[in-house]
Unconditional design. Sequence first.
Lengths: 258, 258
Amino acid sequence: MNKSTRLQPTGGGAISGFEGLVFRPRADAPIWQQIYDYVLTLIDNGYLQPGAQLPGEVHIAEKLGVTRVTLRRAFLQLQQEGHLTSRKGVGVFVRSLPSTLMVRDGSRFSESLKADGKVLTTRTLHLAEEPADLEIARQLCIEPGTAVIRLSRLRCADGQPIYTSTKLFPARLLPNFEPAYLRRQSVTDAYLAHGVQKYRRLETLISGGFATAEEAALLQLSPGTPVFRTSSINENGDGARVEWARGCWLLTSVNFIF
Amino acid sequence: MNKSTRLQPTGGGAISGFEGLVFRPRADAPIWQQIYDYVLTLIDNGYLQPGAQLPGEVHIAEKLGVTRVTLRRAFLQLQQEGHLTSRKGVGVFVRSLPSTLMVRDGSRFSESLKADGKVLTTRTLHLAEEPADLEIARQLCIEPGTAVIRLSRLRCADGQPIYTSTKLFPARLLPNFEPAYLRRQSVTDAYLAHGVQKYRRLETLISGGFATAEEAALLQLSPGTPVFRTSSINENGDGARVEWARGCWLLTSVNFIF
DNA sequence: CAGTGGTCTAGACCACATG
DNA sequence: ATGTGGTCTAGACCACTGG
């Protein structure tokens, strides 16, 4: 904890519309941290609903009796933790954090994604064939240049983006992938249509990183927000590699269990 | 990527002592991001060695022709990614990122921690008996109040703190833990001394979070830096739970493989 | 066009660590 | 006593979005 700063807290007030909860700066902690706590409290207590837009920064800063710089220091942390999102020229919004999804391994993530009471939806961003580059070829144990199917998706829980994934399949093993998949946006369906009843997770790698601009846009985060990155490989019953998947997950809303 | 800002970049220069690499602000990206890149380059090229102290912020800011605020925006990101650490009243230092350790599961983390060529050291922070609280009792399947052994450690690679862990053992199963452990600071030794030859990982949970003040101090990070959190349980050959371990890892320097 | 967030400046005071 | 990082202010300009 960073101790600190003002001997005589001056400001005070409340975000317009939430006068029920007043902000009273103390002298024992940085003001931006107190604003951070204040906004979190507003969210936790339902004053700020998921998806709601906050008043403008200038307005809030004035109400709280601080500078925009100080306010934004608090917002920065809140954004990095996934509680807020901002869209330039538009506003700052509350990002409902899906109180952490449990992701069990053993099969594919998308299957084990069990969200208690949450509605999981899928958006297919990209689906096309392409030649395998060196990295893809290495992961799938095929020759570079071989045709592979690239599938990029965005998965949401209750409308909030949770993770994006890019999967790559050897086209030879799944020649009729597209129509089979598109019927219900289900990879499992596509597998079944090709007689792949069983597959097993060969290896899963979890690492940490920071959202790129594209990832941030998809997940409705600020660029630089910390994320999980996963990389996993599936084999079919014959021991052939049928899928290489990479995922990008919001750090604060997922638990992995193995 | 945030496009932006200055039409006429004014500043320019180099951090004192690294005149070999000059900082030339462009107009197509935020200055703080360019400083971020600049410092990363200095580190990558060996101008800034691990552990080295940077010149004062005022000095650097002046040299680069920016405000301290702008400089600190870059430093903030660098700290959150684990490249820099700062100690109040002392200075800013380069944190050598151990190019990501691989951590394989299946046994205990500490055993599978294979760092290519890195010297792994252990610092025992705390070792004592205590009564189990509700959470501990639940995790270890014992009665609340039963005696447990708490062991907190800090592990470093090449002197750089990588992760802290707190392990809890039922004292009944390991009555002679302390001397057996302390001989080589090895939990495995303590197990062997009690005839626990085999144990298996019952469950591992990986989540993301942000370093608390204590964690930050131990890991030499700034508070609020994103981290991995792990929680795992080990059983002995009889199916009894012998260990509940929680870990806190620097997000950017660890890969988990399962 | 007006309003929003993103960036930057130029100053200032503070707590802390060190010599 | 000095130098460090941590915090804060008051103002400004910009690019973007939407009506």
